[in-house]
Ligand binder design. Structure first.
Ligand code: USQ
Length: 382
């Protein structure tokens, strides 16, 4: 396949680009370094300094003989994206090119506006560049489980059958997100569904939960190929943050009561899921929605796991419930279906103590680079 990875410099984008290249596909990674720029502006740089995309592609080539082509540019600029798509003629576009931080999107007007314009603008441009250049191309779009929020009923995979006054129809499952960032993903889904209905696009929308990990088959070839691993309050996801906090001797920052339940997955499983989706594309005129996570935990359960593993490794780990900077339910029902990817062949890598311990070992090498001022939440929802 000819695969374009939009957002190819990101936490998921770079491992995905390497993974598809290692599997023998022709890969083009596209990025405008927006995340690096926001990280600089918000004092939220990743734990491990990562070389530029061109440098990483060069190192990957030296290690494996495989190629990741690179284009630096802004997918929100239609002239740029359209010309890249026209030249490359992708079979699959993996669309990660969005501002991915919920806290950043809630910081103020400028940050909210930028998130809205960028995320919707890129999705819109992806749709039109596919329509104009390669209408059969399969768009694999990264959505989020956060689109559904935390409803008091079971969460289906994207769609729900509604019976009303004796008549039935299948609708997109109701969405009610908890941040402006997550809301842009809801709007993306609607936009894609509109163009699927009217123009027959083929789209897979992946409802992904928070990801953890810093190790993949390809990134393990060199420390310079590691994904950008964030532990700050802006880009760091909760498991990655807790592990760094355990090492830094900062009490694990459980927001509020800690009963918030989410579906989690290992970075390795993100790669598997995206590959499975790309290998069996959605049909023409189909919006296929897949819930992408492997197991559910409360924040308290995560903290207890990290505490147990850290203590067993000689770390002094403490847990502290702090005021929740977000507006979210802290105790709630949560039962999200996630069968489709398993049926397609996903073999989950679960969050065992061994997996967490291996992450601790890896992060320990970078202990001196941890800057504790980046850990406590600096953005409040109110
Ligand atoms: N949390 C804490 N303490 C922390 C950090 C987070 O208790 O130090 C809590 C949050 O309040 C939330 C849960 O842990 O209830 C998950 O937070 P998170 O920061 O790991 O995840 P979130 O902000 O929702 O966003 C992340 C990614 C985003 C992706 C999303 C999937 O940054 O790009 O879309 O995970 S999901 O959460 O399923 O929507």
């Amino acid at each position: 396949m000819k695969v374009m990875v939009l957002g190819g410099d990101g936490y998921l984008g770079w491992p995905t680009a390497m993974h598809f290249s290692a599997k023998g596909h022709t890969v083009l990674a596209v990025d405008n370094y927006q995340r690096r720029q926001i990280a600089l502006e918000t004092d939220s740089e990743a734990l491990i300094a990562t070389p530029t995309l061109d440098e990483r592609a060069q190192i990957f080539h030296e290690k494996t003989g495989k190629t990741v082509q690179v284009k630096i540019g802004d997918c929100a600029d239609m002239l740029f994206l359209n010309s890249v798509v026209a030249d490359f003629q992708p079979d699959t576009i993996i669309h990660y090119a969005e501002q991915p931080s919920a806290p950043y999107s809630m910081k103020g007007f400028h940050e909210a506006q930028m998130t809205l314009k960028n995320n919707l603008g890129v999705t819109f441009n992806v749709i039109w560049s596919v329509l104009q250049n390669c209408p059969d191309c399969h768009i694999v779009k990264l959505g989020t489980m956060g689109e559904y929020g935390t409803p008091n009923i079971d969460i289906e995979e994207g769609w729900i059958d509604i019976e009303h006054n004796g008549r039935k129809q299948k609708f997109l499952y109701p969405r009610q997100a908890g941040s402006l960032y997550h809301t842009t993903k809801v709007l993306d889904t609607d936009l894609l569904w509109f163009y699927v209905r009217t123009h027959g696009l083929r789209v897979t929308d992946l409802m992904q939960g928070p990801v953890y990990g810093l190790s993949t088959e390809e990134s393990d070839l060199s420390d310079q190929l590691l994904p950008n691993f964030h532990y700050d309050d802006i880009f760091g996801t909760v498991v990655n943050r807790f592990l760094v906090q355990a090492i830094a001797g900062v009490p694990l920052t459980v927001y509020g009561k800690g009963g918030q339940t989410r579906g989690y997955l290992n970075l390795i499983d993100t790669l598997q899921c995206v590959e499975l989706a790309a290998k069996s594309p959605a049909d023409t005129g189909e919006l296929r929605v897949l819930n992408q996570f492997t197991e559910q935990f409360t924040v308290n359960e995560l903290a207890e796991r990290v505490h147990r593993v850290g203590q067993s490794m000689g770390l002094n780990v403490q847990i502290k419930n702090i005021d929740n900077p977000r507006k979210e339910m802290e105790e709630h029902y949560y039962n999200a279906k996630h069968h489709a990817l398993i049926d397609m062949g996903l073999e989950p890598h679960y969050m065992t103590d061994e997996v967490l311990a291996a992450m601790v070992e890896k992060i320990l090498k970078y202990k001196d680079r941890i800057e504790t001022r980046k850990i406590m939440p600096r953005v409040s929802w109110s």
